[in-house]
Structure formats: structure tokens, C-alpha cells
Design a protein around this ligand. Sequence first.
Ligand code: C2O
Length: 541
Amino acid sequence: AEVQHHDFVVQETPVKRLCKSHKIITVNGQFPGPAIEVRDGDTLAVRVVNRARYNVTIHWHGIRQMRTAWADGPEFVTQCPIRPGESYTYRFTIQGQEGTLWWHAHSSWLRATVYGALIIRPKDGNSYPFAQPKREYPVLLGEWWNKNPIDVVRQATRTGGAPNVSDAFTVNGQPGDLYKCSSTSTTKLPVKPNETILLRFVNAALNNELFISIAGHTMTVVGADASYTKSFTTSVLMLGPGQTTDVLLTANQPPSRYYIAAHAYASAQGAPFDNTTTTAVLEYDCGCLPGSAKPSLPTLPAFNDTATATSFVTKFRSPAPVKLSSPVTEQLFLTVGLGLLPCPRGKTCGGPNGTRFSASMNNASFVLPSTYSILQAHQNSVSGVFTVDFPSNPPVTFDYTGANISRALWQPTRATKVHRLKYGAVVELVLQGTNIFTGENHPIHLHGYDFYVLAQGFGNFNPATDRAKFNLVDPPQRNTVGVPVKGWAVIRFVADNPGVWLMHCHLDVHITWGLAMAFLVENGVGELESLEPPPADLPAC
Ligand code: C2O
């Protein structure tokens, strides 16, 4: 195992997209940012220097961060932001993880342009559980705004309305040739005839789940969220923001150019917006293609094709039987969904019927602290930053997904509430989607842990009958699970990592509205069992 040092300079960089030049925030002037490639067991030391005009933090999405919560990155949760002109070195060790993860800014909507791949290969001498492909490509799907994304979210927060949708989807930072002024910059992935390649898909989009297909080819899924899975073949993938999927692809078709295409699945806006398809080109590298050979497009599922999305996400299994910890010592039922708040007197609001959008878990709408981080406040016994009274159950039980849901019940309380978990607890979470005025998927991401997905279903979770559907044999391990539209998901994990761990919807617009909470994992007497001491350069609050 080695120690890898990297320098990340966060800076403003001009790039040209959709016919215009824009200044965006990048890492080292690259968009997407630099890919980090490590082996399991390696230690990373990434020095982040902030030369931009915004506060910034970097999150290592999916990294377990065992005992190194200080390096997790969410602003005002585990650290105070790195201010302009300051720097901080994230130090952590990869422990027992292989596959594709990614890193992204965890401060306002900066992750729209500040993200990159984090590729973890097996330890020296170990190999993949499949034949080693000669070529591997990260395929990062993103969203592009012609406006500054920070201004987009600020404007939405001011009015309480929905933020503007993006102007394009992107593959490795490029919209692709179905968008204007984008044909010469379309991402190209060369492949030799009959070669098998590994594609590492990451959904880095801010606010959209995505369907992905490749014309003429099927894909063999071998992993997701840096956990291997039992392999299965598919012609379409569906990834929520935050999720990754590794697939093998064999170039067994007539030599040509084929589109890799992606568009929204039940976009957060409830309907697709125009010109939604981003493309890259899988190009047979045979020296035999006429320059004019036009790629063919795959057929993508319709934006509201829940059946296809469901059939894909429920195919995942762990490669071998899993030894689940039991008995469960913490059982939590969490509602996940949007809400509406009244407009403050004398103001005009942009939400439905003049209200403000909000979102919550168990009717608690998460407010990020603004002067201190929760972890530092806990460690330094600073009061007034958060409270430990996160409601462990929803305030009422009723038909969450039915037609006649009383809106009055869903005006969440805005506060910074955390839920204490005893170190070592075996935790089972039922995540129940609510359907106040729109039904949609919520990709829920838990920091600091991988968890097993025991079951997913539609309607209201019914303990009497739905427990029988739990996969207690080979449930897949993930760090982000889609709570299906008008449905539920059940996950299990052992709280063996001390610290403060955010859990939130990975649609950034929903985290902006408060669809988040945090777990405080301590030994029961307020101590963060075996957490390493804070690094000397941890940004001061
Ligand atoms: Cu990928 Cu809290 O985020």
C-alpha cells in the first residue's frame, strides 16, 4: 500500500459549452476534475487549496472514512468550509473497498462543476473477480447550466420556488453532438473489435436520475457503489445521482460508431425538458470506419418508465451469501418527501399556490448550521449548533402514498436535529416515500457507511407482510439507494464508524429544501469511540 499525495486547486476557469464561454469553478482547471486512481489499502492525502471566491469542501462519496470522519467533507457537518485563500488536506485510507466511487464539492451547488472519478483497484497481487479488461473508461454523467449554478440555487432559495433546470446533460463534461455547438467536442471512447472494456458509470448530475443505453450493445453489470455484484446482462442502466455502476462491454457488433446515450428518468421537475439526451460515441478502432459514418442512437426508456427502472435496480445481488449482523438493535422508520411551507407575510413565494417548497425526513426539515460544524461542536462541547431530538418516527401514521393526503400534516419543522446511534448498533431503516403533491424517487445517500438493501417496494410499507420480502441471503451493498416513487426501501448497517454522518437525498434541490438528517455515532456517553484526533489544519469555525 502506498501514500498518494495530490494537490487540488479550486479555481475559476473559462470553458466553452453550448456555443458560449463561461467561467466555472474547477479543480486544477479541469472539467470534470482529475480522476484519482488508487488501490485498496492505499492512503490518500489530498491538499485542497481554495483560490475561488466561494467557500468549498470536498466529499469522497462512498469512502467509508473509518475513524476519519474529519475527512468526509460535508460543509458544516464534519468540518467548517475551506475559505477563499485557505487550504486543508484530506487524509484517509481505503479499507476493503474496490470499484468506482467519486469525489465532489459538498458546499451549496458547487458540485455541478467540481467533481471527478475515484477509482479503487484491488490490492497489488489481487485481481478483479472477472477477466481483466485491457481498457477502462470512467463515464461521468453530469448536468450543465448556462448560468452560474450558485446563482440558480440562490435565486430559488430567495423565492421558495423550484430552481431552473439545467441546459444540458453531459458525458465526461461534454453535452455531445445532439446539442448545439457540441459536435466536435463529443466524448469518444475507442474500442478494438471483439475487445471487452470496463465502463465505470457515475451519475454526477445534480437533480436527475438517468437512463443510459448503448446502441447495438448489451452491458454486463459487475458492480455498483464500489461493491461487486452478481453479474447480469442488461441493455439499459438507471442511476440516481450519487450512484455508480461498473459494466463490461464486448465490442461484438459490426465495426462502426455507436452512441452511448443518457436522458432523465422521471426528472425532478416531473416532466422531461427539451433536448434531454446527452451522447458520447463508442468508436470501433479498426482503421476501417469512413469519417462520415454516423453513430446510431439506442432506444432509451420513456422518462416516466418506472417499470424499467424498477426491474433494473432490483436485479442487484451480492456475489456471495452475506453474513448479516443480527439482531437488529435500532429500528427506525423514516418518511422521505417534499412539503410546502407558508409564504412569510408580505412576501411573494414561487412554490405551488404561493407557498415555499420544503422537504423533510419525519417532518423535520434539515437546516445546515452556518457557523460551526456538528462534529466539531460535539467534540468541543459547543452548544446551540444542533439538538439530538431528531424524531425517530413520523409524527403521524397515515396513508403516505394515497390520493388524499392532508397537506396540513406536512409542514415540516426547520431545525438541525441529529439522531444518536450507539456505536456498534445494528440499524435497520425503513425509508418511506411520501406523496404530498408529487411522487418521485429519492436517491438516499448515507455518508460513512455501506449498507445492505434488504427490499424495495411500492405503496405503504407494511411490516406484517413486507418483512417476508426481505432478502436476507445476498442483498446488494450500496451507499445510495433509490426510495421508489410512492414506495419504500429498507436498509441495514452496523454503526461501527464513530462520527457525524449525513444522510440525504442526492438530488441537490431536495437537500437544499431540507431532505437530510445526520446520525451521531458515539458510545452512549457522548464519546466518539476511537475517532482519530482532528487534523491540525482542520478549518477553524
Ligand atoms: Cu455524494 Cu452528501 O454526498
